[in-house]
Ligand binder design. Structure first.
Ligand code: LLP
Length: 418
């Protein structure tokens, strides 16, 4: 459910015509609906109201500080994976005691920053990381609250690039080794064991993999308890999928019901790290048709957004619905919708049935709120797109379009070229 709807034949985001925003801000641009964002967060968070929990929005999905503040005001915490994401969260006003920090490659500087900021919990992914965090915390005279991220070896049945809870993936500590690791952790200086974490993958469209992972984690927590090691926080990660095309993922309430029933009798505060399910369908990438080319074998619609703006189709062969911003009477054709980047892999859609578009028309690439702008780049020296947040009948630019000056701002000439 989202708030991009046609009124007459014109696509609106809430009560603002997309055409109007594109005319004022230019294209390509990312467009988010405040109403959808707030509803998605509230529905997800509300689904867990029966149990003590903290919903930590996953910053990587869409990292704009305006969105982070929006969620923080609804009571959200955040899941971060870098010092940069901690900085964003704090800047947006997320309380430090609602920040959980995952990631396999935390640097010493990032660990120091997180300790200095007094975040809620480090989700630790290796023995060496545990040792480093202990050393750094002890040297700073701090206690790092930690969870070990367990790799439960569960198949999330999703794209291999975004599955994380299998033995062959780089994430977490294998469950067989985790028991000894906990015993080690409780004896280390600067370490306070507070939780257990797992995250099995992303765009998961069934409840079963989550339940299977939770069953394993639960059995593990019970064996820890038998050894006198209690955990306060059970962090189940993110991963709930959305509808891009014809997927039928469970509703957050169904997911919550399954999780809550599997947790019966556990004395833990649940942490959830949803990203995509909150922002995915709340955002669209708006682009303008530059040229159309027709040949005997293919039709191409060249637009002004490319793989540097939205890499998901190129990287994962991901499907994003493409809507014309103005509905016309044009007949349907099959076309590749491609960007201006010098790569054959630069496409937003391939062999797509779409109304024959003409030069200057606008399109909306739907479901682009998650891993859209946050994965964008400057490849081909393309300034990154603007980001706009719509609220009712008004809109605000929440990130300006980059300029060509921005592209070279950090570059400099060595003396011998001056
Ligand atoms: N927690 C952890 C530890 C994660 O690694 C992730 C995502 C999340 C939470 C949020 O997962 P979500 O609820 O959004 O599924 N770029 C890919 C997705 C990569 C996901 C990485 N980790 C894509 O565009 O599909």
């Amino acid at each position: 459910m989202h708030d991009f709807v046609y009124k007459e034949k014109s696509l609106y985001c809430e009560d603002v015509p997309v055409e109007k925003i594109a005319a004022e801000v230019g294209t390509p641009l990312y467009l988010y609906s405040r109403k959808t964002l707030e509803r998605h967060f509230s529905v997800f968070d509300g689904a867990f109201r029966a149990v003590p929990h903290l919903t930590c929005y996953s910053v990587k999905a869409c990292s704009n500080i305006a969105l982070l503040r929006l969620f923080a005001r609804l009571g959200a915490g955040v899941d971060v994976v870098s010092g940069g994401e901690i900085f964003r969260a704090l800047k947006a006003g997320v309380p430090a005691d609602r920040i959980v920090y995952s990631g396999v490659g935390k640097t010493r500087a990032e660990i120091e920053y997180a300790l200095q900021s007094d975040i809620l919990q480090f989700n630790i992914e290796s023995d060496q990381e545990l040792e480093l965090i202990s050393r750094v915390a002890a040297a700073m005279g701090k206690q790092a609250r930690i969870a070990l991220r367990i790799n439960p070896d569960v198949d999330p049945k999703t794209h291999p690039y975004i599955s994380t809870g299998l033995k062959k993936n780089k994430f977490g500590i294998k469950i067989e080794a985790a028991f000894d690791e906990y015993k080690k952790a409780i004896g280390l200086p600067g370490i306070l064991v507070t939780g257990i974490a797992c995250h099995i993958g992303s765009q998961i469209t069934e409840v079963t993999p989550f339940v299977d992972a939770l069953k394993r984690v639960r059995a593990f927590v019970e064996s820890l308890a038998a050894e006198g090691i209690a955990v306060k926080y059970l962090d189940l990660g993110g991963g709930l999928g959305i509808t891009y095309n014809e997927e039928t993922p469970p509703h957050p309430s169904e997911y919550a019901r399954a999780v809550i029933s599997e947790m019966q009798g556990m004395d833990c505060t649940l942490i959830l790290e949803p990203g995509r399910v909150i922002v995915g369908n709340a955002g669209a990438l708006v682009a303008r048709v530059l040229y159309t080319k027709k040949s005997e074998v293919k039709n191409f619609i060249v637009v002004d957004a490319g793989m540097n703006d939205l890499v998901r189709p190129s990287l994962y062969d991901a499907f994003h619905e493409i809507r014309p911003v103005q509905i016309t009477d044009a007949h349907e054709i099959s076309a590749d919708i491609v960007g201006p980047i010098c790569e054959s892999g630069d496409f937003l859609a391939r062999s797509r049935q779409i109304a024959d578009l003409s030069q200057g028309q606008l399109i909306a690439v739907m479901s682009a709120g998650a891993y859209g702008f946050s994965m964008s780049s400057n490849y081909n020296s393309r300034p990154r797109a603007a980001e706009v947040l719509v609220s009712g009948d008004s809109f605000s630019v929440i990130r300006q379009r980059e300029t060509v000056e921005d592209l070279v701002r950090l570059e400099s000439m060595p003396d011998y070229l001056k």
